[in-house]
Write a protein that binds this ligand. Structure first.
Ligand SMILES: [Zn+2]
Length: 544
């Protein structure tokens, strides 16, 4: 009976007459109609249908590839079909599209053997089968080039240093234990100038283009790198999407087991020969990549807006299921639920499906720069590397939406259920999130941690001081198996987890949209004073 009474209240709140005036303060009427959300998300869920269409039907969605274009249209169509408003595409200059239609790798001597390979994204195809002896030439830095000069002509070059196989001690599939979640509450004081990982990324990009030029100059036929994971998983991640920067030599990634065998055979003098073939295409009709935006308008636009998003693009192998059809499906499902329940929030709730996340957060940075805040990057930084210098350039210059965007919630941690939220060091939001997540204790989703989440589309919002968060999610097999691999398919998505995440996200969005005030924020970031040798701070990575 109690439950019936509560549900009846919840359903009544679902009508568009939901009080939204600022004078309502934090009254119960403004809270999310929890049981109506649970009912809609459980009994009329669309989350797996959305995920299946994005993965089985559309498949990989490499930025600017035909798959990504299809996903842009399909997701925008869904938002329109659900009655969302201002559904639009916002483009940002990216570079070349790329796709692969077939790949083959065989060892032909000393014996015939099918190998597991992925073409490296943005490398050219082979233009028919290429058969040649391999040369083991670990090209790990520019100093290593000298040792192989004059030795690569007409060869297939194995460019990685062969990493040893690792004992798979860590469980391949896991969920956070209560003890692990409890430990997440620890807070580290910010040091200023934490390593955000961008410096090593820039080194990799700059080095890849130097190595490509060296391979071309030396007359190599193709190059092969080794998978960073064991168990025959391949990724195919590479750079060179900028116009005029496309790699000149066909590139492949071989499964670690296949790569090590070739190195062993070469080292014993068995001179292995490979036959490689890739059919790759570039797509240059439109250099822009497009994020999809859609709104549920607020009752009082002067109260500002909130934002929820996930990146729609993926890498080119697998179907981009856990990364990030899962996040897209949860964000879209939360939008559908709020719309289906006719909730009229005080603030506008905007949904964003970002483009170009995997190549450096293109869509979300464009949004931040256009609407939220800008920074002046040293003009000496090359255009293609500007995004890596952006978050460390000062001052931050607030833009149009700086004072009206209350919060950004991002989903990009695979298909594991929500276990809580990381507050990015923002302590002011802790009591709010504790309150908003309290009803989800029974679903295991109530942990509030001050930690920072690894860089994804919340990063540039956070970098200008906008409250921007990722949820804590169960890891499942994300790190061990599926993240960026050919195994990232629909099979690895968990329907119970995605339904739970959609419930928690929809509820948090309604709470944030109806809250009496904008979310507490950290001060406008200014350049931190670098720690000096006399008063050293412990070194730490910003992202963990
Ligand atoms: Zn991702």
């Amino acid at each position: 009976m109690m439950r019936f009474v509560f549900l009846a209240t919840a359903v009544a709140l679902a009508h568009p007459v939901l009080p939204a005036a600022a004078s309502e303060a934090d009254g119960a009427a403004n809270h999310a109609p929890l049981d109506a959300i649970v009912d809609e998300a459980s009994n009329r869920s669309e989350v797996m249908r959305i995920a299946q269409y994005l993965t089985d039907v559309i498949g990989a969605r490499l930025t600017n590839s035909p798959g990504m274009r299809a996903a842009e249209d399909w997701t925008a169509g869904k938002f329109r079909q659900w009655g969302m408003e201002n559904v639009r595409k916002e483009g940002v200059e990216f570079g070349r599209g790329w796709s692969n239609s077939s790949v083959g790798a065989r060892m032909v001597t000393p014996r015939r053997l099918q190998l597991t390979a992925a073409p490296l994204a943005w490398t050219p195809g082979t233009g028919g089968p290429v058969t040649a002896p391999v040369v083991v030439a670990p090209l790990l830095d520019e100093q290593s080039f000298a040792s192989y000069r004059g030795k690569l002509k007409g060869r297939i070059v194995l460019v990685s240093g062969p990493r040893q196989i690792e004992d798979a001690i860590a469980p391949a599939f896991r969920r956070w234990t209560d003890e692990e979640l409890a430990k997440r509450g620890e807070y580290d004081l910010p040091n200023g100038g934490e390593d955000d990982g961008s410096a090593s990324l820039v080194r990799r990009i700059v080095f890849a283009s130097a190595r490509d030029a060296f391979l071309k100059e030396e007359g190599a036929l193709a190059f092969v790198s080794m998978s960073g994971r064991d168990n025959k998983l391949v990724h195919g991640q590479y750079s060179g999407f900028e116009i005029g920067k496309t790699p000149a030599v066909p590139g492949f990634e071989l499964a670690a087991e296949d790569y090590r065998r070739l190195v062993r055979l070469a080292n014993m003098g068995a001179s292995p020969t490979l036959e490689l073939e890739s059919k790759n295409a570039y797509h240059d009709e439109d250099g822009k990549t497009y994020s999809i935006l859609a709104d549920i308008p607020g009752a009082n636009p002067r109260d500002g807006y909130i934002l929820a998003g996930a990146h729609l693009d993926s890498w080119a192998v697998g179907d981009g299921a856990a990364d990030n059809a899962a996040g897209v499906a949860v964000v879209m499902e939360a939008a559908r639920i709020i719309k289906a329940l006719n909730i009229r929030p005080r603030r506008t709730i905007r949904f964003a499906l970002w483009a170009g996340e995997e190549q450096g957060l293109f869509g979300s940075l464009h949004y931040v720069e256009t609407y939220v805040a800008t920074r002046t990057v040293d003009p000496a930084v090359p255009a293609g590397l500007r995004r890596y210098a952006w978050a460390k350039s000062y001052p931050v210059i607030p833009g149009r939406d700086y004072r009206t965007l209350s919060v950004y919630f991002n989903m990009d941690n695979g298909s594991g259920r929500i276990r809580g939220i990381n507050t990015q060091g923002n302590l002011g939001v802790v009591p709010l999130f504790r309150k908003w997540l309290a009803p989800f204790e029974a679903m295991g989703a109530s942990t509030v941690s001050a930690r920072r989440s690894p860089a994804t589309d919340h990063f540039f919002f956070d970098a200008v001081g906008i409250p921007a968060f990722q949820f804590i999610q169960d890891p499942l097999d994300y790190a061990s198996t599926v993240h960026h691999t050919d195994a990232d398919t629909y099979d690895h998505l968990k329907s119970e987890d995605l339904r739970q995440s959609a419930i928690v996200l929809a509820s948090i969005l309604v709470e944030a949209a109806n809250a009496p005030d904008l979310l507490p924020r950290v001060p406008l970031p200014t350049a931190p004073r670098a720690p000096d040798g006399q008063y050293p701070y412990p070194e730490r990575r910003a992202n963990r």
